[in-house]
Design a binder for this molecule. Structure first.
Ligand code: 4NP
Length: 159
């Protein structure tokens, strides 16, 4: 039985969806007193925003729900991540195809769509980057719901 489980959230830029997922999931884990059992991180498949803070709209939307993601900094996925993380959870099908390419070459943890753990019936967290503010609210709703299912799954592993 593992004592700690690690979770990596992956999107394209690592400035909107995956840092939001990292922040929301970390808050849920903290509320449930499980921080010592979880290692949580996020990254992007792309390299454009390496070292940058999350998008201002993502920070503001998270902040409205009491989640501070301002100290996160973007990084790009690397092959070793698939060896280090127990869950590699992507936001959309393009992310899945991109991370699967790495997985086919490297092995390790097979990436999965994060929303498999939700009950919305939706498969993808839509990219909010080119849309309006309401896109960020939708992202938060989907992420919050899937985070609860994910934590239940992890509890099963730790039990
Ligand atoms: P994310 O959103 O993948 O949720 O971080 C995006 C951020 C940046 C870009 C696309 C999506 N971009 O094209 O720069």
């Amino acid at each position: 039985m593992p004592d700690q489980v690690s979770v990596l959230f992956v999107c394209l830029g690592n400035i909107c969806r995956s840092p939001t997922a990292e922040g929301v999931f970390r808050q849920l884990v903290t509320e449930q007193g499980m921080t010592e059992h979880l290692h949580i991180d996020s990254c992007g498949t792309g390299n454009w925003h390496i070292g940058k803070s999350p998008d201002a709209r993502a920070m503001a939307a998270a902040d409205r729900r009491g989640v501070d993601i301002s100290d996160l900094r973007a990084r790009q996925i690397k092959a070793e991540d698939l060896d280090r993380f127990d869950y590699v959870l992507v936001m959309d099908r393009q992310n899945l195809a991109d991370v699967r390419d790495i997985w086919h070459q490297n092995g390790g943890t097979e990436p999965r769509l994060f929303l498999e753990f939700g009950e919305s019936g939706q498969a993808e967290v839509p990219d909010p980057y080119y849309g309006g503010e309401d896109g960020f609210e939708r992202v938060l709703d989907l992420i919050h719901e899937a985070s609860q299912g994910l934590l239940e799954d992890i509890r099963g592993r730790l039990a």
